[in-house]
Design a protein around this ligand. Sequence first.
Ligand code: UD1
Ligand code: MG
Length: 477
Amino acid sequence: MHVVSPGRVCYITLRRSAPFRSSESFPMPTSSVAAVILAAGLGTRMKSDLPKVMHPVCGKPMLAHVLSLVESVDASRRVVVAGPGMDGVAALARAAGAEVAVQAERLGTAHAVLAAQEALADFSGDILVAFGDTPLIDAETLERALALKHSALDPAVVVLGFAAEDPGAYGRLIVDGAGCLLRIVEAKDASPEELAVDLCNSGVMVIDGRVAWRLLSAIGNANAKGEYYLTDIVALARAEGRACAVVEGAEEEFLGVNSRADLALVEALAQNRLRARWLAEGVTMTDPHTVYFSMDTVLGRDVTIEPFVVFGPGVTVGDGVTIKGFCHFEQARVAPGAILGPYARLRPGAEIGEGAHIGNFVEVKKSTVEAGAKVNHLTYIGDARVGAKANVGAGTITCNYDGFNKSFTDIGAGAFIGSNTSLVAPVTVGDGAIVGAGSVVTHRVPADALTVTRAPQKTVEGWAARFRDKMRALKAK
Ligand code: UD1
Ligand code: MG
């Protein structure tokens, strides 16, 4: 198969004798490109109330992955083609700085791209078509396609393709002996010979802006599905004597999500990429396959992560932090040298200071645990500050919620909170104060004071032995 394989972008340019290129009729190509991201599909097989492209991969909606990807290759405009009533899709697109076009009826991929024409009426550069449900494409693969588009070959269309292990329902890329793309045949319309081709259409393509809208408008729907196929643009361009080309990427980059099983597969591949990335960045993982990241996880150098740790969105971890097994974090920041877990949970707004310890079965929410503080066992810290070097004993609870409002607990630097203490917020424990175990603290504790609220201890000598004797005697009767 003669196609442009990874790292060999110039292959076609060098080999072909340019029978269909004319520099007179086609001025030198511009480098500006607008991305059109197709996202109008219903995703019926997902069996979901959420539009398919809104399902997250590594904590980020698939559509957001594709928007970031096209941004990373400098697409100067981005238009998301959504279905009617897909308000969440439109909102995400606009929040990311993209435009939204609505495809009222779902009549095929060419029809979907045409839905973006009005939004791009004032744009004359090239058109990059991507699918919102295909989130794993490497920016580098896309860069190669754009480079080929801007090469002296001056192709009308550059299609991203891949050699499929099981080509199944994918469109097949039909190339000539020199590697030039002749046409794309949808599986349903393919002959047995064409079906035997394993070079498949990813659906992603770069179309020359000078011909894009005219050729797209010329596409008909006389085919097995009665749809307007974007893929027909290749044969139309060839009929006008223009070159078309293929840039090949890895099959896994082009996995599209149609079902929850596909989503799980894409998630697994994306997780593997993040694991490899953080290992390369100097993070130790005892068993990487049991550690789950989000796209936006940030880890410092010499972080150690034991098995079974989940990083939800928005977590930043400083240098030299140790994360013991079975921890779960989201929207939290951890300063260098802290030790977390096993079984620690950091919820949104948790800020863990330098060298602080958060131990087993400790949950921290919207709270700052300052440098060197220790919260080691079975504790809930919510809406609170734990001052530097304070020690919070086992089973301490900040009672931050009265059923109506959340209130703040302030624990001063160097304070010592005895085990099984309930701190009923709003409440303040001053610097260096000691709270006796088992206290229910409802009033301010001054700095360096002792507070203890437990009932006085009463001791009755010999009572237990007398009690047992009495009970045994009763039972013997
Ligand atoms: C398409 C390609 C096929 C390729 C495959 C790769 C065509 C005709 N076929 O087929 O060659 O191998 O992708 O996965 O392009 N969409 C809309 N509006 C529409 C139709 C589709 O927005 O009217 C969107 C879908 O939401 C999806 C994308 O376009 O994100 C692709 O559509 P889909 O129906 O999945 O095309 P395939 O049949 O998979
Ligand atoms: Mg598809």
